[in-house]
Design a protein around this ligand. Structure first.
Ligand SMILES: [Zn+2]
Length: 149
């Protein structure tokens, strides 16, 4: 679920924020949050994919949902590109957000193939948009509130 990814991304950002010397904490969290929902751009049914349907459609056609765009390989491509242009702190922000998305997706029945193109799959039993998903959202939200105060 979009909201669960977003709040878990923010939680991951807050968890790692102390490890970096960050000129702008809010921007760091925003970058982490953006990349925590970004991988679903490979599905035009997703919230982020729906915002850029033509791009999302092409990515889905090329890579499928939870293919290359949901792989560590793609995570490293984003990391490398961001590192080259903006430096290590912002590259870390992208990877923390991206990694948080892959981690949560790996708990769903469809799972992820983080080592794409290899077929090794990691999956679980938590379905999106179910009571467990909503419960996780509120647990992560409570943890974010706890970390802020
Ligand atoms: Zn996903």
């Amino acid at each position: 679920m979009f909201k669960t990814h977003l709040i878990f991304g923010i939680l991951a950002g807050l968890f790692f924020i102390e490890a970096f010397t960050i000129p702008n904490s809010l921007l760091f969290l925003a970058v982490v949050a953006f990349f925590s929902v970004f991988p679903d751009i490979d599905s035009y049914h997703s919230k982020i994919g729906g915002k850029v349907k033509p791009i999302s459609f092409i990515l889905n056609l090329l890579f499928g949902h939870r293919g290359f765009i949901h792989s560590l390989l793609f995570g490293f491509v984003i990391y490398g590109g961001t590192y080259f242009i903006f430096g290590s702190t912002w590259a870390a922000a992208t990877f923390i957000g991206f990694g948080s998305h892959l981690l949560l997706d790996s708990f769903t029945p469809d799972g992820t193939r983080p080592l794409f193109p290899f077929r090794t799959q990691i999956n679980g039993v938590v379905r999106s948009n179910t009571i467990v998903d909503y419960a996780l959202f509120f647990v992560f939200l409570a943890a974010v509130v706890w970390m802020l105060f």
